[in-house]
Design a protein around this ligand. Structure first.
Ligand code: ATR
Length: 279
């Protein structure tokens, strides 16, 4: 029997996932005898695919669209992070075959923010744009890091209110979409947690005239790396952070759990992943 450690990513479609390239980079770097494969799994096959991991000697998987929420019904344990975010992006198969679901998106976002800027959460006010899964991960991370206040603003206000209700934290305030420019007056951190600005999508329509130049601006979009939002923020003198780091940092938790070692997000990895984005 071989001792090769096995993991992968399940999605539908799966062809464009960057995770195999990322994990294989670290496997090689750390000299670990391991594999990381893309698994094309249709929603109706997800339950069986997860249940079969243990007998196939697979240590765990990442989950991507459309499985992140649905998988919660098929796992034995869901940790607090995944519960708060309402989705699982990392499954760990325990020694006894039990399946643990966690979510590393919030940590990925926050660890990248810390690595690439001078941001500290305590006493600071953030504005988060969006109310989908990504916004929920960003919110959960900021709240657990000890942020003073987060103003959530979304085109469809009821979705923002719904998130506020689910997370049940009085530090979350809701603003009207029409006020999105003026709420930037007191903003230490601005996060675009929508897909606006991504290749093939319209730009985020946001006037930065009130945004202080001391603010940090984070865009979760990474194709392109420099969105209109980040370019405009840079012109104002703000520190800016692109979304590629979130993708790279969120992968660390799974890698550590399945393969061991201490994966690092550095310039070499960024350059290597950027090559794939440019192809
Ligand atoms: P995800 O789970 O990946 O974050 P999502 O649930 O589809 O994705 O959420 C996309 C986000 O982008 C939402 O906050 C959406 O706003 P609505 O809730 O009003 O739909 C936001 N969004 C998408 N297109 C937009 C547009 N043209 N203007 C403003 N917001 C937009």
């Amino acid at each position: 029997m071989t001792n090769t450690l096995k993991a992968g990513v399940m999605g539908d479609p799966i062809g464009h996932s960057l995770s195999p390239r990322l994990h294989r980079f670290w496997l090689k770097k750390h000299g670990i005898d391991g594999t990381y494969e893309p698994f094309h799994i249709k929603p109706e096959d997800l339950k069986e695919a997860l249940k079969s991991l243990h007998k196939r000697n697979i240590k765990g998987v990442n989950l991507t669209i459309p499985h992140k929420e649905a998988a919660m019904g098929f796992l034995d344990e869901i940790d607090d992070k995944a519960r708060k975010i309402g989705a699982v992006n990392t499954v760990i198969v325990k020694e006894d075959g039990r399946l643990l679901g966690t979510n590393t998106d919030g940590d990925g976002f926050y660890n990248h923010l810390k690595q690439s800027s001078t941001f500290k959460a305590e006493g600071r006010a953030a504005v988060v744009i969006g109310a989908g899964g990504a916004a929920r991960a960003v919110l959960a991370a900021l709240l657990s890091a000890g942020i003073l206040k987060v103003t959530l603003v979304n085109r469809t206000k009821s979705r923002a209110e719904n998130l506020q209700k689910i997370l049940g934290d009085e530090r979350i305030k809701i603003a009207d979409w029409s006020d999105r420019a003026s709420i930037l007056k007191k903003c230490d951190l601005l996060v675009n947690a929508t897909s606006l600005g991504m290749k093939g999508q319209p730009d985020l329509d946001l006037d930065l005239k009130f945004l202080p130049s001391t603010s940090i601006v984070y865009d979760i979009v990474y194709t392109p790396l420099q969105t209109k939002l980040l370019k405009e923020a840079k012109l104002k003198g703000c520190q800016t952070t692109d979304g590629l780091g979130m993708l790279l940092h969120q992968a660390c938790g799974g890698f550590r759990a399945w393969f061991g070692g201490t994966p690092k997000v550095d310039e070499e990895l960024r350059e290597y992943m950027l090559k794939a984005l440019e192809e």
